[in-house]
Design a protein around this ligand. Structure first.
Ligand code: PLP
Length: 471
């Protein structure tokens, strides 16, 4: 039977407009379990009187909650709490806390959340029927390419718009560039630990991956050089900032040395710069590594540069910008985009451009950075000894396991407690080390993260690895 709730939120300390505070409080009550699916909310007039607010304010609050999918209004019956997905991904089959997938962390900024949605209809309709009823150039609409060029300008000075293509996500841009540079059976160099999406596409394309050894500064130039002396790799794929999975950022000397090796061997480089916007500047007491030059700016003639909006704005956008060395490469890239995905969705590209132009993308990025920083501080508190200085940025961690832990036993033990992490096998091109990647964006709130990290450190320090293998 449905419960009739006398829910009356406390709004005394809430920031921002009261209607948003109502919607937020409702979301919080659902998260806490104070309200459950099927509960009927108090009538708007009753709540308005209880809170000393205008009827219209409460009415807007209810409408906002409905827009967020928290409630539904039934004609003549009232407003009811809707069933909620079991996790932020909506996939009930996931373990309770997913620290395996590298989602950006959820931030709490109701005013920004409202801004994200409110102007989209106007931004899309201003493009008119032309956008809706026409195939676009595979490289994207000129306006979206201009926005992409501006977005990348801090990373690649003097970038011409004609060299920038809009792609449906970084993964797709990686596919395009890989198809441009290599064919089945060809060798491609990668960091010995590598973003799994690239491993997957290389397998599908039949590419032979050659692991470049890594140290605490990333890929080792002498290892790349040694490979190039005996093989003829078609490209070198790397992630110089906040490498996935190790979170290592290559210092300047390493970048220069790698570019020098690539130049010497005439080797094209695929630079995956997906995480650069996440670098905070000095205000967090960290020297800004985003000022490190990109490989694309050090060797514009050979670097295929990719940076997407998934980690710094939203993975749902599926928009990434690809900058290629010259106009001929841009024409070729457009052909491969046509052959694979036709074009990035113009609707998504228009939303991305609107968010960038209106400053909303930058606000979301800032919110993600602030939230990531807060989460890294929490992680540092729990894993101080294991992670060491300096404080990491972004939202993933690489945890090397102390002996006698093995990655399998450790991940298994965490799974039993409802936490999933990624074992090194997912990234390893050569022998996987005893390590796991932990994604800080998975837990819903900082309190959830704290609980998970406590559990992780408990397992790390107080569990017997051998006992955990007995199932
Ligand atoms: C290094 C790296 N490149 C690319 C991607 C995929 O980005 P997108 O969602 O834009 O395809 C990820 C996602 O985790 C990543 O870590």
């Amino acid at each position: 039977m449905n419960r009739i709730s006398n829910w009356t939120p406390k709004l005394d300390n809430a920031d921002g407009p009261a209607y948003l505070a109502i919607a937020n409080a409702l979301a919080q009550s659902i998260r806490n379990g104070d309200l459950i699916a099927g509960d009927r909310l108090p009538p708007q007039r009753v709540l308005a009187a209880a809170l000393g607010l205008d009827f219209t304010t409460v009415s807007r609050g209810y409408a906002e909650a409905q827009r967020r999918g928290l409630t539904e209004a039934r004609v003549g019956q009232g407003t009811y709490v809707k069933p909620q997905p079991t996790s932020s991904t909506g996939r009930a089959s996931y373990p309770a806390v997913d620290m395996m997938i590298n989602h950006p962390p959820r931030f709490s900024d109701p005013a920004l959340e409202t801004r994200l949605w409110e102007d989209i209809p106007a931004a899309l309709s201003s493009r008119g029927m032309e956008m809706l009823m026409r195939y676009q150039h595979p490289a994207g609409a000129l306006h979206d390419r201009t926005i992409g060029t501006n977005w990348l300008s801090p990373r690649i000075p003097d970038l011409a718009r004609e060299r920038v293509l809009v792609c449906p996500g970084t993964q797709s841009a990686l596919l395009v560039v890989s198809m441009m540079l290599a064919r089945a059976g060809d060798a491609v160099c990668v960091e010995a630990l590598c973003y799994p999406g690239f491993l997957l596409l290389a397998k599908e394309l039949g590419l032979r991956l050659l692991p470049v050894e890594m140290d605490e500064h990333g890929a080792k130039p002498e290892s790349l050089d040694a490979i190039c002396r005996v093989e003829r790799p078609k490209a070198f794929y790397c992630t110089p900032i906040l490498h996935n999975p190790t979170a290592v950022t290559m210092p300047l000397e390493r970048r220069v040395a790698l570019v020098e090796v690539a130049r010497r061997h005439g080797l094209p480089v695929i630079e995956d710069d997906n995480y650069w916007p996440l670098f905070a500047s000095r205000e967090y007491g960290v020297e800004s590594e985003a000022k490190l030059p990109t490989l694309a700016s050090l060797a514009p003639e050979r670097v295929f540069y990719i940076s997407g909006l998934a980690k710094c704005v939203s993975p749902a956008l599926r928009i990434a910008y690809l900058a290629v060395p010259d106009f001929t490469a841009a024409e070729r890239a457009a052909v491969v985009i046509r052959a694979t995905t036709s074009m990035a969705s113009p609707l998504n590209a228009a939303v991305a451009s609107h968010w960038v132009e209106s400053g909303i993308a930058q606000s979301v990025l800032e919110a993600i950075r602030v939230e990531s920083h807060a989460r890294q501080l929490i992680a540092q508190r729990y894993l101080d000894r294991e992670l060491g200085a300096p404080l990491r940025q972004g939202f993933h961690l690489w945890l090397s396991l102390p002996k006698p832990w093995t990655r399998g036993a450790f991940a298994h033990q965490l799974r039993l407690g409802g936490i999933s992490v990624a074992e090194s096998d997912a990234f390893a091109v050569s022998d996987p080390p005893e390590a796991v990647r932990i994604c800080l964006g998975g837990p819903e709130t900082r309190a959830d993260l704290e609980r998970c990290l406590k559990q992780i450190t408990d397992v790390l320090h107080h569990h017997s690895p051998s006992a955990s293998l007995v199932i």
